[in-house]
Design a binder for this molecule. Structure first.
Ligand SMILES: [Fe+2]
Ligand SMILES: [Fe+2]
Length: 296
C-alpha cells in the first residue's frame, strides 16, 4: 500500500488505471490550490515548514517529517488496505458483505454524509487562517500548520469518494466544497460550529479540544460504514485526528497551568489583576469553554 509520489496526485488507489477519474481529479487539483492560496494560512506561501507527510498508511510510513512550503505539500488520496470479506456490522443489512459500490437506495444519504464531513475540513482552515500572525511560539505555529495541511488532506479524502462513486453530482458537490466559505452570509459552511470565528489562540485550542473531538467520534462512526471505501478512508483520517486533539488538550493545559502559577504566586483570583500580569483569568477561560462546547 505504498503511496505513489511520482503522480501529480499522490495516491495508493491506483489512480493511473482510471483515466477518467484521474483527469477529473487533476482538474479539481488547481481549484483546490487556488482555494488554499486564497483561504489557507495567511502570508505563508514562501515559508519552509517542518511538516509530517504520509508515504504509506502503515506504521512505518504514515509520519515522515521534512521541510516543505505549504502550497507544495503533497496532498493525496490514501485508503487503508481493504479487509478481505468485510461484513456489515450493524442495522438492517448486518452480516451482508460490505458495499464496494454505492447502493441506489442509500445514494443520497451517503452523499450527504460525505459532503457534510468534507465541508468541515476546508471550513476549519478558513476559520484559522489568521492565527499564524499572532502565534505564541514556533511550536504552536508548527502544530497549527500541521493541523491545517491535514484538514486539507481530509478534504481530498472526501472529494475522492465523491468523484469516484457519485458521478456528475459528486463532481458538482466537490466544486461546491471549494465555493462555500466559513461565516459567509450567502454561501456559508454547512455546520454551525464551522461558521464561527476563531479569532485567537484560546479559541483555536478550544476548537481543537471540542470540535476535533466531535469530529473524531463522527469519523469513528464512519469507520464502521457499510460503504467500504468510506470506512477505509476515514480509518486513515483518524490517525491524523489524534494529533489535532492533542494540540487542543496541550494548549489549554499550558494556559491553565500558567494562570494557576500566577494566581498562587500573587495570591489573587482578581481577573483584572491577572490580566494585567499577562495571563488569562479563569472566568474568561470558562466562557470560552462554554461557548465552544455549546456550538460544537
Ligand atoms: Fe479533519
Ligand atoms: Fe482535525
Amino acid at each position: 500500500m505504498n503511496i505513489d509520489y511520482d503522480q501529480r496526485i499522490p495516491n495508493n488507489v491506483d489512480l493511473v488505471s482510471d483515466k477518467t477519474l484521474q483527469r477529473a481529479l487533476e482538474h479539481w487539483q488547481p481549484e483546490f490550490l487556488r482555494w488554499w492560496g486564497e483561504m489557507g494560512p495567511e502570508g505563508t506561501a514562501q515559508f519552509d515548514v517542518y511538516l509530517r507527510t504520509a508515504t504509506s498508511v502503515d506504521q512505518a510510513g504514515w509520519a515522515q517529517f521534512g521541510y516543505v512550503k505549504m502550497p507544495d505539500y503533497r496532498w493525496g488520496i490514501f485508503l487503508n488496505p481493504a479487509e478481505p470479506d468485510r461484513k456489515i456490522g450493524f442495522g438492517a443489512h448486518r452480516g451482508a458483505p460490505a458495499w464496494q459500490e454505492v447502493p441506489g437506495e442509500y445514494r443520497s444519504n451517503l452523499r450527504r454524509i460525505i459532503v457534510t464531513q468534507g465541508d468541515t475540513e476546508p471550513a476549519s482552515v478558513e476559520q484559522q487562517r489568521h492565527l499564524g500572525l499572532t502565534c505564541p511560539s514556533m511550536y504552536d505555529l508548527r502544530n497549527l500548520f500541521q493541523v491545517n495541511v491535514e484538514e486539507g488532506r481530509h478534504l481530498w479524502a472526501m472529494v475522492y469518494l465523491l468523484h469516484r462513486y457519485f458521478g456528475r453530482d459528486g463532481r458538482e458537490e466537490a466544486e461546491a466544497l471549494l465555493a462555500r466559505r466559513s461565516g459567509d452570509a450567502d454561501n456559508p459552511r454547512i455546520l454551525g460550529a464551522f461558521n464561527e470565528r476563531t479569532p485567537d489562540w484560546l479559541s483555536f485550542f478550544m476548537f481543537t479540544f471540542f470540535t476535533d473531538r466531535d469530529g473524531k467520534f463522527q469519523l469513528s462512526a464512519l469507520t464502521e460504514s457499510a460503504f467500504d471505501p468510506l470506512a477505509r478512508t476515514t480509518r486513515f483520517m483518524l490517525t491524523e485526528e489524534g494529533h489535532h486533539m492533542f494540540v487542543g488538550r496541550n494548549g489549554i493545559r499550558r494556559i491553565i497551568e500558567r494562570t494557576a502559577e500566577v494566581m498562587v504566586g500573587e495570591r489573587t483570583d482578581d481577573p483584572a489583576r491577572l490580566r494585567a500580569l499577562g495571563v488569562i483569568d479563569l472566568p474568561t477561560i470558562q466562557r470560552y469553554l462554554n461557548f465552544h462546547s455549546s456550538v460544537t
